[in-house]
Design a protein around this ligand. Structure first.
Ligand SMILES: [Fe+2]
Ligand SMILES: [Fe+2]
Length: 450
């Protein structure tokens, strides 16, 4: 019965869709006729839904089968869209799920034959539970400095330690990942999106962990750019016209187990004229979500914005964000503001808000000078005119494929990601450091909010 109705459903989809082409042919499980370019990855998690995305080489009707067991029982057709690289991004938007529940899923052909193995995902819990999430920005490139200098970190695999950091997050059994932007060198370019995002962030992390992104300046400035087409965020559910937004473009907010997250879009928060101090840089959207009942009732509030309001290396931060965003972080009791853009680590605390820069996802800004000293930025950067060195040591290559001796970490220049653990009404952030080859250093900095 199920297979019969599935075939009928595909017939309807195929007949009504311009995307149906002659490449569609009867398939068997031995020769499915589909090349999976990017395995399924998890997007847009909520209490009742999930979006399954993947990338295939052929324009062919596909669906997601899902259910509480590997018998599945439910099917939703996938939408296909040209990637810009001759391939197709496909997404299945699943709704009507139960909160805090694990589901099985796979991608199938109209024949009912699976083209991927069984995967699992869990929906957001309805109750407050202990959980953890990870945060990292600027995974856009390899770890050689290139045009930014000649310091070489690990030539044997320039995608380390990024790959190992993503794998480490999966091993830590985080419930979600928060990307702070710059996840491709050029999000408007398919091949760059393939290298840093599809082959790494989506494939290594996204297969196992749903992720959310506050978009950065390298991520492409149009909803039609390949990186943006390859993502599905809660901006898809926005109904207002306060700014441009699509599934892969724009600011959005979401809640997970009593923690309220706001992810700001770089290209809509900075493009707006913001001379009026009453302007929240989002035409009122930010004020509306941070003053919402859901935000006020949350146990913690987290805001993510790619460019940091305060920074000490390379730039001093962003004056417009200090004028328009910082007062709102304080007014609405935001606990942590995460940023990237500067490729390294800095941390501070002022007027009730923690500011964390966690941009050590690819090459490091070791050649950028310390340009400003904010009195409240105490980790990384500088304190009283001297580099504020994070305790610990870091190793990069001494020659090709050989890891050199430990060197003191200078001013927050190391690779690492933040892991945030929420336990009841306590929150702990640990900064996990990695050597250039992807080997693990340990926790290099921590703070706690009670
Ligand atoms: Fe960056
Ligand atoms: Fe950036």
């Amino acid at each position: 019965m199920r297979i019969l109705s599935l075939v009928m459903m595909f017939a309807l989809v195929a007949c009504s869709s311009l995307r149906y082409t002659e490449s569609m042919s009867p398939s068997s499980s031995n020769d499915p006729g589909v090349t999976v370019m990017t395995p399924p990855y998890l997007q847009n998690m909520s209490q009742t839904g999930m979006v399954i995305m993947a990338e295939v080489a052929e324009n062919i009707p596909l669906a997601v089968e899902y259910g509480k067991t590997t018998g599945y029982g439910f099917t939703v057709p996938m939408e296909l869209i040209a990637s810009g690289g001759g391939t197709w991004f496909c997404r299945g938007i699943i709704s009507g799920l139960e909160p805090g529940t694990t589901y099985n899923y796979r991608l199938v052909l109209p024949s009912g034959d699976g083209i991927t193995g069984n995967g699992t995902f869990a929906t957001s819990p309805a109750r407050w539970e202990d959980f953890s999430f990870a945060v990292l920005g600027d995974t856009q490139q390899g770890n050689t400095v290139g045009s930014h200098g000649d310091r070489i970190y690990w030539e044997a695999d320039v995608w380390e330690p990024g790959n190992s950091m993503f794998s480490h997050m999966v091993e830590q059994e985080i419930s979600l990942f928060l990307g702070i932007g710059d996840h491709a060198a050029d999000g408007d370019d398919y091949s760059r999106t393939r290298l840093s995002y599809l082959d790494r962030m989506a494939s290594i992390l996204g297969q196992h962990v749903p992720y959310f992104i506050s978009w950065g300046n390298h991520d492409g400035n149009s909803p039609d750019h390949p990186l943006r087409l390859a993502a599905d965020m809660p901006s898809r559910w926005r109904t207002d016209s306060l700014s441009v937004h699509s599934p892969g473009y724009g600011s959005f907010a979401f809640e997970y187990s009593g923690v309220f997250f706001v992810c700001l879009e770089h290209f809509t928060t900075t493009a707006l004229a913001a001379d009026d101090p009453g302007n929240d840089i989002t035409n009122g959207w930010l004020d509306s979500v941070l003053s919402s009942r859901k935000a006020r009732d949350a146990r913690f509030r987290i805001v993510s914005v790619h460019v940091p309001p305060y920074c000490e290396r390379w730039i001093d931060g962003d004056a417009r964000l200090r004028e328009h965003l910082v007062p709102r972080l304080e007014k609405y009791n935001v606990d942590i503001c995460f940023s990237g853009h500067m490729h390294g680590y800095e941390r501070g605390y002022v007027n009730g808000v923690h500011y964390v820069i966690a941009g050590g996802g690819s090459y490091l800004d070791c050649f950028e000078p310390l340009v400003y000293e904010w009195p409240h930025m105490l980790i990384g950067g500088q304190v009283n005119g001297e580099p504020a060195n994070v305790p610990g040591e870091y190793r990069r290559q001494s020659s090709y494929g050989v890891l050199g001796p430990p060197e003191p970490i200078e001013g927050g220049i190391f690779h690492g990601y933040a892991r945030v653990s929420v336990r009841g009404n306590n929150l702990i952030m640990d900064m996990h450091g990695f050597n250039a080859d992807g080997s693990y250093i340990g926790i290099l900095d921590s703070f706690e909010i009670k």
